[in-house]
Write a protein that binds this ligand. Structure first.
Ligand code: ARG
Length: 465
C-alpha cells in the first residue's frame, strides 16, 4: 500500500507508476534528503512537537540508513515513487510505526525543495573550486610563456601580434566572472524552504530558524508559496553553467585550431588525444571536440527548465520534478570538462620553432607603421591611408612591410626615416602596447599580478576552495 493510499481503492496502473516515478534519478539526493530529515526530526524533538525519545529514534534510524546508502546497500523501489518515500519506507522497516512521525509538519514539496537547495549549494562550491584550479593553471602557463608571441586575430584574419600569455589570461578573466556568477547564485541558493509545508505553512510550531541553522543556511524563505514554487536558483545555476560551458567551448575551439597543421601553435599531450582507426598519422583533439559538442546539451537544460516553469500556477506542480535531471547532467558534463581543459592547458607544448616563422609574411604590424606617422604629428586617419598604400605596394611586390625599401616608404610620406624598420619588428610591436590591459610585456606582467591578487582573494572569501 502507498504511503498516500488511504483514499484510493484501486492499484496504480503500472505505466503510471513508472512514468511518474523519480527514484531512478532522485536517488542521487539520498544523502541530502536524509540530512534534511535528521534536521527536521531534531527540530520536532526540541520544540516538543513530538517526544524527544521518538525524535532520537528517528535520528538513529536515519543515520543507519545514511550508512547503508554510503555503503551502496540500498535497493530503491519504483513503487515508492521517489527518494522521499523510499527513505520513509526504509525507516519504517527499521524502527516501526514511530517512523510515521517524521513527516509531521512537512510535505514532500518543502522536502524536495530543501534537497535541491542543499545539493546545488554544494555543487556550486565544487564548480568554483574547479574553476579556480583552471585559472591557476592558466596563470602559471602565462607566467611561463612570456617570451612567446602569437598572431592576434579579428574576423579570424591576422590583426596584431600579441603575447601568448595575454591570450591565456583573457580566459582567466572570463573564468573569474564565471566564478563570481557562481558566488552570486550561491547567495540565492543559500536559503531554507523547510517548514513551508505543502504550500501554506503548518499548524505545528516548527522552528524554521533552527533547521536552517542546523543545515548551514544563511537565511530562509519568507513566503511558504514562494518556498515550494521557486526554481529561479536552478535557472540561474543552469544559466551560469551555460556561460561557463560556452567559455570552455571557445577555449576548446581554439585548442582545436591551434593544434591543426594550418596553425601549428601548440601540441597537446598524447594523454589528451586519440588516434584514427584508419589513418595511422592522425592525432585527433577529441577531448576539446567533445567538450564543444556537449555545450549544446547544457544550453538545452536551461531552455528546458525555463519552458517547464513558464506556465505553472503557484504552488507546487509535478512538472517541477523535471528540474532535476538537467541539473544533474549539467554538473556531470561541466565538472569533468573543467578538469579536462585544465589537464590540456597544463600539458601542451608550444611549437616555438613554427611560431618564429609565422610573422615572416604577414601585415600584423601595419597599425604600428600608422602609429609611427602619428608620433610625427600626422593625423591618424591620414596615416591609415598612407599605410594602406604601402600594404598594397608590398602585396604587389610579393613582400611585407619589412620588405619594402626606405625609398618606398619615403615616396609615400617624407616623415618616414630608417628607424621605421625597428619600430615594426614583432617584439617591438607587442611591447609598444603598454596601455593598461594591453599586450606589452610590462602590462602583461602587471596583469599577472592582478590575477594573482584575484586568486588570493577568492581563497580568502570563498567557500570550498
Ligand atoms: N518527486 C517529487 C519531485 O521531484 C517530489 C515532490 C512530490 N510532491 C508531491 N506532492 N507529489 O518534485
Amino acid at each position: 500500500m502507498k504511503l498516500w493510499g488511504g483514499r484510493f481503492s484501486q492499484d496504480t496502473n503500472e505505466l503510471v507508476e513508472q512514468y511518474t516515478a523519480s527514484i531512478a534519478f532522485d536517488k542521487r539526493l539520498a544523502e541530502v534528503d536524509i540530512r534534511g530529515s535528521i534536521a527536521h526530526a531534531k527540530m520536532l524533538g526540541t520544540t516538543g512537537i513530538i517526544a524527544e525519545v521518538d525524535a532520537n529514534l528517528l535520528v538513529t534510524g536515519l543515520n543507519e540508513i545514511r550508512h547503508d546508502v554510503e555503503a551502496d546497500k540500498i535497493e530503491w523501489r519504483v513503487e515508492d515513487e521517489d527518494i522521499h518515500m523510499n527513505v520513509e519506507r526504509l525507516l519504517h522497516e527499521r524502527i516501526g510505526p514511530v517512523a510515521g512521525k517524521l513527516h509531521t509538519g512537512r510535505s514532500r514539496n518543502d522536502q524536495v525543495a530543501l534537497d535541491m537547495h542543499l545539493f546545488v549549494k554544494e555543487s556550486i562550491q565544487e564548480l568554483q573550486a574547479a574553476v579556480s584550479r583552471l585559472q591557476q593553471v592558466l596563470l602559471e602557463q602565462s607566467e611561463r610563456h612570456l617570451d612567446v608571441v602569437i598572431p592576434g586575430y579579428t574576423h579570424l584574419q591576422r590583426a596584431q601580434p600579441i603575447l601568448f600569455s595575454h591570450h591565456l589570461l583573457a580566459y582567466f578573466w572570463m573564468l573569474q566572472r564565471d566564478f563570481d556568477r557562481l558566488e552570486d547564485v550561491h547567495r540565492r541558493t543559500d536559503m531554507s524552504p523547510l517548514g513551508a509545508g505543502a504550500l501554506a505553512g503548518t499548524t505545528f510550531a516548527v522552528d524554521r530558524q533552527y533547521t536552517a541553522k542546523l543545515l548551514g543556511f544563511a537565511g530562509l524563505y519568507e513566503n511558504s508559496l514562494d518556498a515550494v514554487s521557486d526554481r529561479d536558483y536552478l535557472i540561474e545555476f543552469l544559466n551560469t553553467a551555460s556561460i561557463l560551458m560556452m567559455h570552455l567551448s571557445r577555449m576548446s575551439e581554439e585548442l582545436i585550431l591551434w593544434v591543426s597543421e594550418e596553425f601549428g601553435f601548440i601540441e597537446l599531450s598524447d594523454a589528451y588525444c586519440t588516434g584514427s582507426s584508419m589513418m595511422p598519422q592522425k592525432k585527433n583533439p577529441d577531448v576539446p571536440e567533445v567538450i564543444r559538442g556537449k555545450t549544446g546539451r547544457v544550453y538545452g537544460h536551461l531552455m528546458a527548465l525555463l519552458t517547464t516553469l513558464k506556465g505553472l500556477p503557484l504552488a507546487y506542480n509535478k512538472d517541477m520534478q523535471e528540474d532535476k535531471e538537467g541539473v544533474f547532467d549539467t554538473l556531470d558534463t561541466l565538472l569533468p570538462a573543467l578538469e579536462l581543459v585544465r589537464g590540456m592547458m597544463n600539458s601542451f607544448t608550444v611549437q616555438t620553432h613554427r611560431l618564429k616563422k609565422v610573422f615572416g609574411q604577414d601585415f600584423s604590424n601595419a597599425t604600428d607603421v600608422a602609429d609611427y606617422l602619428v608620433q610625427k604629428q600626422m593625423p591618424f586617419r591620414e596615416a591609415h591611408a598612407v599605410v594602406g598604400q604601402l600594404v598594397m605596394q608590398a602585396i604587389e611586390k610579393g613582400t611585407n612591410l619589412a620588405g619594402l625599401s626606405l625609398a618606398d616608404y619615403k615616396a609615400c610620406s617624407p616623415l618616414f626615416d630608417k628607424d621605421v624598420f625597428a619600430a615594426i619588428e614583432v617584439r617591438r610591436v607587442v611591447d609598444a602596447r603598454q596601455s593598461r590591459g594591453g599586450t606589452g610585456t610590462s602590462a602583461v606582467i602587471q596583469q599577472i599580478e592582478y590575477a594573482k591578487d584575484t586568486l588570493r582573494s577568492q581563497r580568502s572569501k570563498s567557500i570550498g576552495i
